[in-house]
Design a protein around this ligand. Structure first.
Ligand code: ZN
Length: 273
């Protein structure tokens, strides 16, 4: 599943092909993905200039003067920029055509989204899918104080609280395990038992982990955009994630795995207290 770093790398890759360009056509090859495609989308976008390609959480926000096109990659989606004459394959459900190039959304499992938010409905930040999102982890609003303040009444394990996404976005299953390892915090620790000093470590670990993933992804950006590119996402080497039974890279103890909610958590019993 594409996580925030993949979405950000995708955004950086496609933005120069979108910003300032004029939409010449929109092609929809299905009735919808997770939700039906917006009515009359082609009529709404043809002839309009793309203002900017932004991101909020895992949503890409393609902004026009009269509204915002919201894209989500779902479980299996990916975006590529291709010459506009490139024939569509089976799972290519959406094209935004911009003259000689197009932005193509391929989504085999159709859990992604293509939505429209009109400027007349207010700031896109107020959209139903965006308004409950937590802070952006790489922006100034995400601090240890925020983590501390918003967890004083939450007794759920810290890993679950991070995954909920209402305090900070982008800390999915992989990055929660990795960040908690770097911060030396046991994933089972009730969030309200963690003090400000440990949250300082955790906030720093989250920032570093996500920034490193984005940087790593930048070097494989070509794969996201090329016609023959792999639809998969960049491989990284992890400290604990998906390493159950292997030695901890810091202390050599065996990395352990257990279930939290419906997800696997990985941690080192020695390094994380
Ligand atoms: Zn260890």
């Amino acid at each position: 599943m594409p996580e925030l770093p993949e979405v950000e790398v995708t955004r950086r890759g496609v933005a120069p092909h979108l910003e300032g360009r004029i939409v010449t056509d929109v092609k929809l090859r299905h009735t919808g993905l997770r939700w039906p495609f917006p009515q009359g989308l082609a009529e709404r976008l043809r002839g309009m200039r793309v203002h900017s390609a932004g991101r909020r959480g895992k949503y890409l926000l393609i902004r026009f003067d009269h509204g915002t096109l919201i894209l989500h990659l779902g479980m299996s989606g990916h975006l590529r920029v291709l010459p506009s004459a490139t024939p569509a394959q089976k799972h290519d459900h959406f094209d935004l055509v911009l003259g000689d190039e197009l932005l193509r959304l391929t989504d085999p499992r159709r859990f992604g989204a293509v939505l429209w938010h009109a400027a007349s409905d207010g700031d896109v930040a107020g959209h139903m899918l965006l308004r409950g999102l937590g802070a952006e982890p790489l922006e100034a609003g995400f601090t240890a104080q925020l983590l501390y303040r918003m967890t004083r009444k939450r007794s759920a394990p810290i890993k679950q609280v991070l995954l909920a996404g209402d305090i900070v976005v982008g800390v999915g299953n992989i990055y929660a395990s990795e960040s908690l390892f770097k911060a030396g915090i046991n994933p089972r620790t009730p969030a309200h038992r963690i003090g400000l000093q440990r949250y300082e470590k955790l906030a720093q670990a989250i920032r570093e982990t996500l920034a490193a993933a984005i940087e790593k992804g930048g070097s494989t950006l070509r794969d996201f955009l090329a016609a023959d590119g792999q639809p998969g996402y960049f491989q990284q080497s992890y400290f604990v994630y998906d390493r159950a039974g292997s030695p901890c890279r810091i202390c050599g103890a065996e990395v352990r795995q257990f279930r939290q909610g419906q997800r696997s958590t990985f941690y080192c019993v020695n390094c994380q207290k």
